[in-house]
Design a protein around this ligand. Structure first.
Ligand code: UDP
Ligand code: MG
Length: 310
């Protein structure tokens, strides 16, 4: 029998948790080949979430939980769940039934087929706030242009993965985590499952504009150092422009004409600004290296090998 841990981050989800347990109950009944545990991560809820989870745990030894001292955010909750899990197969799903547990048997079947990750992909954005959809589309466009990991706009955090994938995610100890990007970064063979956007079963979304903006910045800054190189490009443009202006000025003077379009002092000021920007760009190059070293991501991730066989 294979072990399976389902990680469920919860922040003030008391209204929806009984519905989730019902839905998970019927799915678990059909998962005969798996020894399934539910790992609830209470992300500092202020409602009845924790007492409810404790009630589930008292009635069912497969229910495990950990509760944060305050709200640390969904990324921290997912990380804590991954660290707490020791199963051969690990799943992550939202508490609000937007990630339909009914999809789990198909996702697990994909892992049996040989895939490493089974992931849900949103097919539409119905029921979602229009402004949030627009901003999110814009974020993916900018992020994919700026970063080396390519994110699918429809990709969700709803995933089931082999132990090796969970270990790969855990091998990246960075503080500002952006799990969607980390999934893209670690690679592995992924099967995508089209998944209709369902409305939240109860309660309200925990995201506001500020949290979403922070999340978007985390996403871009975690996977791109191109912004650090921006002063290098601006500095080079400033220097080239001002040198050209000075050259034109010189030629015009030599030809005996009165004045050129740009005053030499302005061109010199631009040249100095360009030199300062260039120096900042060089600092940015070093800072990018320092960031890479501090993040300590693994240089490579092994999918399989026979080195341990004798
Ligand atoms: N969540 C969390 N901590 C937070 C915010 C959200 O653990 O600070 C959990 C929440 O309980 C839910 C999941 O993350 O299980 C997704 O949150 P939500 O449904 O509010 O986000 P949305 O689906 O609107 O993007
Ligand atoms: Mg939700």
């Amino acid at each position: 029998m294979k072990t399976l841990d389902l990680i469920i981050p919860c922040y003030n989800e008391a209204q929806v948790l009984p519905l989730l347990m019902n839905a998970l109950g019927s799915v678990r009944a059909g998962l005969g080949g798996y020894d399934c545990r539910l790992i609830f991560v209470d992300d500092g809820s202020s409602d009845e979430t924790l007492p409810l989870i404790k009630g589930f745990a008292a009635a069912d030894s497969a229910v495990r939980y950990l509760s944060f001292s305050r709200n640390f955010g969904k990324e921290a909750a997912m990380l804590a769940g991954l660290r707490a899990s020791s199963a051969e197969i690990v799943g992550i799903l939202d508490a609000d039934l937007q990630h339909s547990p009914a999809l789990l048997p198909e996702m697990l079947a994909a892992l049996e087929e040989g895939y490493d990750v089974a992931a849900a992909k949103r097919t539409d954005r119905s029921g979602e706030n229009k402004l949030k959809s627009r901003l999110s589309d814009r974020f993916y466009r900018i992020s994919n242009r700026l970063t080396d990991v390519q994110l699918d706009p429809g990709a969700q955090d709803f995933r089931v993965m082999r132990r090796a994938v969970a270990d790969a995610l855990l091998s990246m100890p960075e503080h500002h985590r952006f799990t969607k990007g980390l999934f893209a970064y670690v690679g592995f063979r992924t099967k995508w499952f089209p998944h209709e956007n369902a409305e939240r079963a109860a309660g309200e979304t925990k995201w506001n504009l500020k949290k979403l903006a922070d999340y978007a910045f985390d996403g871009i800054l975690a996977f791109s150092d191109r912004l650090l190189r921006l002063p290098l490009i601006l500095g080079a443009l400033c220097c080239c422009g001002s040198l050209l202006a000075l050259l034109v000025q010189l030629i015009v003077r030599l030809c005996g004409a009165a004045v050129a379009a740009v005053h030499p002092l302005v061109a010199v000021a631009f040249l100095l600004a360009g030199l300062i920007l260039l120096s900042l760009g060089v600092l940015g190059l070093y800072l990018a290296r320092v960031l890479a070293e501090v993040r300590s991501r693994p240089q490579y991730i092994v999918r399989e090998s026979n080195l341990n066989a004798r």
